[in-house]
Every structure is written in C-alpha cells, then in structure tokens.
Ligand binder design. Structure first.
Ligand code: TMP
Length: 212
C-alpha cells in the first residue's frame, strides 16, 4: 500500500538526514518512493520558498506567511502528492500541515483553529498516514543549525526562522509535542539526541508497523 509519510521537527532536529536514510532503506526493499519538501516540490512552491525563507525587504505579516505556505501546499498536494499516491508511490514529505500549526500557530501565535482550517482547505483534507516527529531541545537544534550554516562554503546563509530567538523555537517545539499528544496514533515522537543509526532503526520500525 502506498503510504503518505511526513517528517517534522524544529531546525537542526536532523529530520532531513533521517528522511534520506528512510528513503534509501525503502527503495532498497524494492518500494517506489518519492521524497518531497515543503515549501517546495513544484515550480511555484520552490519560488515561493525562496521568498518565504530569504526575503528581508520588509516584515512579513504572519497571516501573509500562513497563506504563502498554504498556497505551496495546495499546489503540491494537487499536482504531485495525490497523483503519486494514486499511482501507488509512497510519498515522504519533509514537513506538512503540522509545521504550519507548530510555526504559525504555536510559534507566531495565530489562532490554532484558523490555522487548522487553512491546513484542511489547502491539503484538500489529505492527512499523513504516519508522521515522524524528531524531537530535540530548541537550544540544541539551533546550535546544530547554526554550525551547519557556519560550515557552508561561500559564506553563511541563514533563513528567516534561524534568525528567530530561542523562545520562538521553544514554542514551536512545545507545539509539536502537543500535536503529538493529541494524535498519538499518527504522530510518533523519536528522540533526536541519539546516534543517527539508532534513530534510523527506530524510524524503520515505526514505518514497518504502519504497514510499509
Ligand atoms: P526547512 O524545510 O529547511 O526546515 O525550512 C522550512 C522553514 O519553513 C522552516 O523554518 C519551517 C518553516 N515552515 C513554516 O513556518 N510553516 C510551514 O507550514 C512549513 C511547511 C515550513
């Protein structure tokens, strides 16, 4: 069965590394897997991503930010995710609706119900079958994100969220844990503090139990 799997976590949680490892693991078992990221995955999505993450010309209103993420999502779901799932391809997505609830809802302080409604509308009601939340403390995640930025060749590049202070990232992390608490069957929390290989094994076990 084609599954829709999402990865969530704060900056520096290690989710992108784990997502890549899971993709290779599943492909090694002969499964067809498509890896995507949000915002992104379509031409429109990639263009809006660079506006969202790099623009510093003027402050971005939180509602404007919300709707830009939702616009990318609507495009990705209808052009890529739904057709792939219907064709029997498993889709793994780096971030989805839980990111919006965690960042724009808990982080920015927008009304949670309104964010949830916008999520449902943009995703056309599509929900992940399973979500892996890689949990780590805000300080640790930011430390890792910053050291990654510092080591990039050609000078440091940061995005708007990496410039937010630690209290913002704490709210986002707490938001994620609340989401996981409210939907324990779908959202599986993995401790991001362990070894990469240990975390990978745990994720493989979670995905196997979910029916992949
Ligand atoms: P990342 O994919 O490299 O983690 O960057 C995406 C950034 O966008 C990250 O800081 C989280 C943020 N984001 C939101 O604020 N809301 C959303 O709905 C999504 C998908 C991402």
């Amino acid at each position: 069965m084609a599954l829709f799997i999402t990865f969530e976590g704060i900056e520096g949680s290690g989710k992108s590394t784990q997502m890549e490892l899971l993709k290779r693991h599943m492909e090694g078992r002969g499964m067809e897997v498509l890896a995507l990221r949000e915002p992104g995955g379509t031409r429109l999505g990639e263009r809006v991503r660079s506006i969202l993450l790099n623009s510093s010309e003027e402050p971005v209103d939180p509602w404007a930010e919300l709707f830009l993420y939702e616009a990318c999502r609507a495009q990705l779901v209808s052009l890529v995710i739904r057709p792939s799932l219907e064709a029997g391809t498993t889709v793994i997505c780096d971030r989805f609706t839980d990111s919006t609830l965690a960042y724009q809802g808990y982080g920015r302080g927008l009304d949670l119900e309104a964010v949830d409604r916008a999520n449902v509308l943009a995703a056309g009601g599509l929900k992940p079958d399973i979500t892996v939340l890689i949990d780590c403390e805000a300080e640790e995640g930011l430390r890792r994100a910053w050291s990654r930025i510092g080591s990039k060749e050609g000078g440091a590049r940061e995005d708007r969220f990496e410039r937010e202070d630690v209290s913002f990232h704490r709210r986002v992390r707490d938001g994620y844990l609340r989401i996981a608490g409210a939907e324990p069957d779908r959202v599986k929390v993995v401790d991001g503090g362990g070894e990469i290989s240990t975390i990978h094994r745990e994720i493989c076990y979670i995905i196997k139990k979910a029916g992949a």
